[in-house]
Design a binder for this molecule. Structure first.
Ligand SMILES: [Zn+2]
Ligand SMILES: [Zn+2]
Length: 315
């Protein structure tokens, strides 16, 4: 089954590229000058996709034996292959994806990897390729261990993770409006546009992979409001098309914060608290610095970073 899924994704590659080409052409005719596509942004996304794929290939070599261990020694059920077990696998993995994705926005260690997907200020089908090679280091793979415990063999786990990811390609577009009743069941372009937005009312909402029922059940659903178009990107913009900077900037910032904070509690919070905690710490530090400068009559050199005060990082 693993082989089939990888083959399916390989077969889908021309479909993905064709859809990107169609979307760019379509938007150039229907919304000329909108700037939804830019060559530099799309090339950066493509580079990030290749880096992510390479890292994933290596990571599976290490991770599949971990799943195999849990499957062999800890599994609760022995499931017979068939439609019922496939549906269970699909639904369970999609729920775990929701948990992973929500945690990726609430735990800075995971956000350090996931921020890559959000750091472009454009949203189009090529944004789906914008992924981090650091996901295996962050520990994304650990979220699928419960599937092995439930009784799914490693090859099926890998396959369903890839299928879920492939589906999500299609929700990264501004060329499709709301989709009627599908909005109640599935993650759709409208629902995922909200997820990529940094507007106050949209931030930290709509974590769905394939099914949006989890957002509706657990209170994280917000509908796209035509009166408030999404503003894409993160609260502290990255301003680079360099895929290496996009990949490592938050890791560097996180470890720098942990190194300069006093006390283990604060250091652990720098790594594992919500990203907004560090943003508030930065803001408080900048205010203290400005006050110290004012007291000594030095003109503020922290004015640039002081603009962070009062903002909350895309958490
Ligand atoms: Zn996200
Ligand atoms: Zn996305």
């Amino acid at each position: 089954m693993r082989f089939d899924a990888e083959l399916l994704l390989l077969a889908m590659a021309p479909v993905f590229v064709g859809c990107i080409g169609w979307e760019a052409w379509h938007l150039s005719r229907t919304r000329p000058g909108s700037g939804i596509y830019s060559w530099r942004d799309t090339l950066c996304n493509a580079a990030l996709a290749l880096m992510h794929q390479a890292a994933d290939k290596v990571a599976w070599l290490f991770v599949i034996p971990v799943y195999a261990f849990f499957y062999a020694h800890v599994r609760l059920f022995t499931l017979e292959a068939g439609w019922a077990s496939f549906v269970l696998l699909f639904v369970a993995q999609d729920l775990l994806y929701y948990v992973f994705h929500r945690a990726s926005h609430r735990v800075r260690w995971l956000w350090a990897a996931h921020v890559v997907h959000h750091s472009s200020e454009r949203l189009n089908l090529s944004t789906a390729f914008r992924q981090s090679l650091m996901y295996p280091v962050a520990g994304m793979w650990a979220f699928w261990i419960p599937l092995a415990v439930l009784g799914f063999p490693p090859s099926q786990i890998v396959a369903i993770v890839l299928v879920n990811l492939a589906f999500q390609f299609f929700v990264h577009t501004q060329a499709v409006g709301k989709l009627g009743w599908l909005e109640y069941v599935f993650n759709t372009p409208s629902i995922h546009r909200v997820h990529h937005a940094r507007n106050d009312r949209y931030i930290d909402r709509n974590y769905a992979g394939v099914l949006v029922i989890w957002d509706r059940l657990f209170g994280s659903y917000v509908a796209e409001d035509p009166a408030e178009p999404p503003v894409y990107g993160i609260v502290e913009p990255l301003h680079t098309y360099n895929p290496l900077k996009a990949t490592f900037h938050e890791w560097a910032s996180m470890f720098a914060d942990a190194a300069r904070m006093k006390g283990w509690r604060n250091r652990l919070k720098a790594l594992f608290a919500p990203p907004a905690w560090a943003a508030q710490w930065h803001a408080a530090r900048d205010v203290a610095q400005e006050q110290a400068n004012a007291a000594t009559g030095i003109s503020s050199g922290a004015a640039g970073s002081g603009t962070k005060a009062g903002t909350v990082r895309n958490a």
